[in-house]
Design a protein around this ligand. Structure first.
Ligand SMILES: C[S@@+](CC[C@H](N)C(=O)[O-])C[C@H]1O[C@@H](n2cnc3c(N)ncnc32)[C@H](O)[C@@H]1O
Length: 378
């Protein structure tokens, strides 16, 4: 939907090149300082305690190259939001008009302007995007959704799929691997943003009734416009995943993709209780998250990962890297809870086994962290 003209493409490609330099060459320099100088000096081999993590971070921040890396990480991120924001603003009127709901729509869009944002969303601009997910600048605004969609096109370079649906395909593959007897007739996606993962289910389960919620109206409007443009029937609604509007025992699957790390521990517990409530007996809850776990992180990987928590307005990022999601699912009443890494797939129905133990996971996009569980039948 978003058009990119010559100059905008040049700006966006510059930001991508900056990103690759910062995350490649500069990061490599910082990694060497960490492993060859700072770790031996502090006598830290692996990260066992919070005190170790703090000592490592504070000591590394005395290193000029590491500070330069931290600074440029913020710079490229800011530049991305600025240049993509300008590109979206040039065509905001058209984008807004294209996304307006119409009488012959396949799916639906239900907004709730009175929805109160959870504190963990109201307090920060996630990923340092000015205005976060929710700010609206005009009637029927899609701006923040369009910025997220185009930014992913710029910096992910297809690593999550041309349509950014690998998270959806990978979680689908995981659930079908673990629970092959339960294909969904009715599915709910929590924290859908612009629907990139949701659409994977719409395409792979064309007979299923697909619902998706988010708290962000601009994201949901953009998602709905995209679904209509792609001929996919999805029912989008502005709801808080902690307090859903759906009736008890409504869904066969409830899924989320990169939602939980943007919430809090108490919110994860409450979301699991809501999943339990809205799932039919025997229904499946499954969540896919960033592939970062403290169990497998080297010191440098911890520094890279925790950049998001300390500098990029992702306060629960570190919390999620060590949380026991399967344990919390059991506490919420679920059975058969298991967590680990799922190898990334472009086709959720390809049927290859890809679920591996946490210890065998990698801190890259070749796999994602997953947890799934079943609501007991009785
Ligand atoms: C990283 S994005 C998710 C990306 C998306 N699921 C995908 O795979 O493309 C996180 C989303 O979760 C939403 N979110 C955070 N807390 C939420 C909550 N309590 N209820 C509903 N949505 C929430 C945010 O508004 C944001 O759109």
């Amino acid at each position: 939907m978003i058009s990119v003209n010559h100059d905008e493409r040049a700006q966006q490609q510059f930001v991508l090149a900056l990103n690759q330099y910062v995350q490649g060459t500069l990061a490599e320099g910082s990694r060497r300082i960490c492993e060859q100088r700072v770790q031996p000096e502090l006598e830290i081999g692996t990260l066992r305690t919070n005190a170790d993590r703090q000592r490592l971070r504070q000591r590394m921040e005395q290193e000029e190259l590491h500070r330069f890396w931290l600074n440029l990480m913020q710079t490229w991120q800011d530049q991305l939001w600025t240049c993509v924001g300008e590109c979206v603003d040039r065509q905001l009127g058209d984008l807004t008009a294209q996304c307006l709901p119409r009488n012959n729509d396949l799916g639906s869009l239900t907004l709730n302007p009175k929805l109160e944002l959870p504190a963990y969303q109201a307090a920060v601009d996630n990923h340092s995007l000015p205005g976060g997910y929710h700010t609206e600048v005009c009637a029927d605004d899609v701006r923040q959704g369009a910025i997220y969609a185009q930014s992913a096109n710029v910096y992910l370079l297809g690593r999550t799929g041309v349509r950014h649906d690998y998270r959806g395909q990978t979680l689908m593959a995981h659930v079908l691997e673990r629970f092959p007897d339960r294909e969904p007739a009715k599915l709910l996606d929590l924290g859908c943003l612009v629907g990139a993962s949701t659409f994977a289910y719409g395409e792979q389960f064309p007979q299923a009734e697909i619902h998706a919620v988010d708290t962000s109206a601009p994201a949901l409007r953009f998602a709905h416009g995209q679904a209509e443009a792609r001929g996919l029937r999805v029912h989008f609604a502005q709801q808080d995943a902690e307090h859903l509007d759906y009736a008890d025992q409504s869904f066969d699957w409830v899924v989320s993709h990169a939602l939980l790390h943007e919430t809090s521990r108490a919110a994860v517990q409450q979301i699991f209780r809501e999943c339990f409530r809205v799932l039919k007996p025997g229904g499946i809850m499954a969540h896919i998250e960033i592939p970062a776990r403290t169990e497998i992180m080297s010191c440098w990987e911890y520094l890279r990962s925790s950049y998001e928590a300390f500098y990029n307005q992702e306060p629960f990022w570190n919390g999620l890297t060590e949380i026991d999601l399967a344990g919390l699912a059991r506490e919420a009443g679920f059975a058969d809870a298991a967590q680990g890494f799922q190898q990334t797939t472009a086709d959720g129905r390809a049927g290859k086994p890809g679920f591996i133990n946490i210890a065998d996971g990698k801190m890259d996009l070749s796999n994602w962290f997953v947890m799934s569980a079943r609501r007991p039948v009785s």
